[in-house]
Write a protein that binds this ligand. Structure first.
Ligand code: 5AD
Ligand code: FES
Length: 352
C-alpha cells in the first residue's frame, strides 16, 4: 500500500490501524501532503463552505501553578512579569470583541488559584447575560469534576484542554512528576460527559515525540471524537528547560491538520497562532490544509507580551481591531471569508 492508498483508506474508513499511521507519519512526500490537503479542503468546504469561524481569546492571567517544561508561563520562569486581569477588564475585552463581530469568547489562563471555579462561574454568567447570543469557551486547565460542572451550569459551552500527548511515557518527559497523564485524560472525559463541546490537541514536534506517539494521538482522536482539535508546532521558549530544542515541523503540522480533517470531517480545527508564528503564511496554509477556525487575541495590548507561551509569538504588538482586519484580508487573499456567528460543532450533514 502506498501513502495515497493509506490516505484513501483513512478517508473511506475514518480510521487506520496503528502500523499504517506510523508508516504514513514516518515517510511522506510533499506530494502526499498535497494529496491529503486537497481531500481535506474539499471536506471542509463541503461542510463549512469557504467560511472561517473566528474566536476571540482573552488571556486573562499568566499566573500558573504548573511547571510544564515547554511552556513560557511555567511557574519556575522568574524572568516573566505576572499579571491578572480584573473581572471588569475581562468584560471589556468581550465588549470590544463583540463590536468586532466575535460571537465566541475563549477565556484562557494559566492555572491561577485566584480564579476559583466560583469566581470564574460569576464571570461566565455575566458574559452570558450580556451576550446571550455568544458562546463561552474556557481554557483554564485541569479542574475537578465538580468544578467543571459548576462552570457548565454557569453557562460555559466549550472547553479546550490539549491532552498534549496520548503516550504516557512521553507525557512524563514533558511535565514534572507531580502532573499526571491519567488525570489529564480523566479531565477530558469529565468535560465531554458534562456536555461541553470539548477540544483536545497536541504540539507537533514536542521534545521526545516519535511517529509512534503521534500515531497514538490519532488513535486517541478517533476513539475520543473531540469536537475541536488544537494542533500547533512546538516552539522553544528561551526561559524554559527546552530552550535549545528544535521547533516542530511546519510541514508535518499541516499534514496532520489535513489528516485530522479527513478522519473527523466535522471537527472544528483551528489554524493556530503557533502555526502563524513559525511561518508568516501559516494560518492561510492551515486553512488550505483543512482548518476552519482562527482564534485571534482579544487581550489588552498592555499584557500581550506577557502571555508568551513560546518565543516570537505573533500579534503581541497589535490591537484587536488590527488583527480582525488583518485576518479578514488574509482570508480574502485565499478566497475565504470570516463569519460572524457562534460556530458550534454540528453533526455532519449528508456529505457526499
Ligand atoms: N510551543 C508551542 N505550543 C505551546 N503550548 C505551550 N507551550 C508551547 C510551546 N513552547 C501549547 C500547549 C498548551 C497550549 C495552551 O499552548 O499545547 O496546551
Ligand atoms: Fe494579528 Fe495579523 S492577525 S496582526
Amino acid at each position: 500500500m502506498n501513502n495515497r492508498e493509506i490516505i484513501d483508506r483513512l478517508s473511506a474508513e475514518r480510521s487506520l490501524p496503528k502500523e499504517l499511521w506510523v508508516r504514513l507519519l514516518t515517510e511522506y512526500s510533499d506530494d502526499d501532503r498535497a494529496y491529503a490537503a486537497e481531500k481535506a479542503r474539499n471536506i471542509s468546504t463541503g461542510i463549512f463552505g469557504r467560511k472561517i469561524y473566528i474566536r476571540g481569546i482573552v488571556e486573562f492571567s499568566n499566573i500558573c501553578r504548573n511547571d510544564c517544561l515547554y511552556c513560557g508561563i511555567r511557574r519556575s520562569n522568574t524572568a516573566l512579569s505576572r499579571y491578572r486581569l480584573t473581572e471588569d477588564e475581562i468584560l471589556e475585552c468581550c465588549a470590544e470583541g463583540y463590536s468586532f463581530g466575535f460571537r465566541t469568547f475563549v477565556l484562557q489562563s494559566g492555572e491561577d488559584a485566584f480564579f476559583t471555579s466560583d469566581r470564574l462561574a460569576d464571570i461566565v454568567r455575566k458574559i452570558k447575560l450580556s451576550y446571550p447570543d455568544c458562546a463561552v469557551t474556557l481554557s483554564v486547565g485541569e479542574l475537578e469534576y465538580g468544578e467543571y460542572k459548576l462552570l457548565r451550569d454557569a453557562g460555559a459551552d466549550r472547553y479546550l484542554l490539549r491532552h498534549e500527548t496520548a503516550d504516557r511515557e512521553h507525557y512524563g518527559k514533558l511535565h514534572p512528576a507531580e502532573m499526571s497523564w491519567e488525570h489529564r485524560m480523566k479531565c477530558l472525559r469529565d468535560l465531554k460527559s458534562l456536555g461541553y463541546q470539548t477540544g483536545a490537541g497536541i504540539m507537533v514536534g514536542s521534545p521526545y515525540q516519535t511517529a509512534e506517539c503521534i500515531a497514538k494521538d490519532m488513535l486517541f482522536f478517533e476513539e475520543f471524537q473531540p469536537h475541536m482539535i488544537g494542533i500547533g508546532p512546538f516552539i522553544p521558549h528561551k526561559d524554559t528547560p527546552f530552550r535549545d530544542k528544535t521547533a516542530g515541523s511546519y510541514k508535518l503540522t499541516l499534514f496532520l491538520l489535513s489528516l485530522c480533517r479527513i478522519m473527523l470531517p466535522e471537527v472544528l480545527l483551528p489554524a493556530t497562532t503557533a502555526l502563524g508564528t513559525i511561518d508568516p503564511r501559516g494560518r492561510e496554509e492551515g486553512v488550505l490544509a483543512g482548518a476552519n477556525v482562527i482564534m485571534p487575541n482579544l487581550s489588552p495590548l498592555a499584557v500581550r507580551k506577557k502571555y508568551m507561551l513560546y518565543d516570537n509569538k505573533i500579534c503581541t504588538g497589535d490591537e484587536s481591531a488590527q488583527c480582525r482586519h488583518c485576518l479578514e484580508e488574509r482570508m480574502r487573499s485565499i478566497g475565504y471569508e470570516l463569519v460572524i456567528g457562534r460556530g458550534d460543532w454540528q453533526e455532519r450533514r449528508a456529505l457526499k
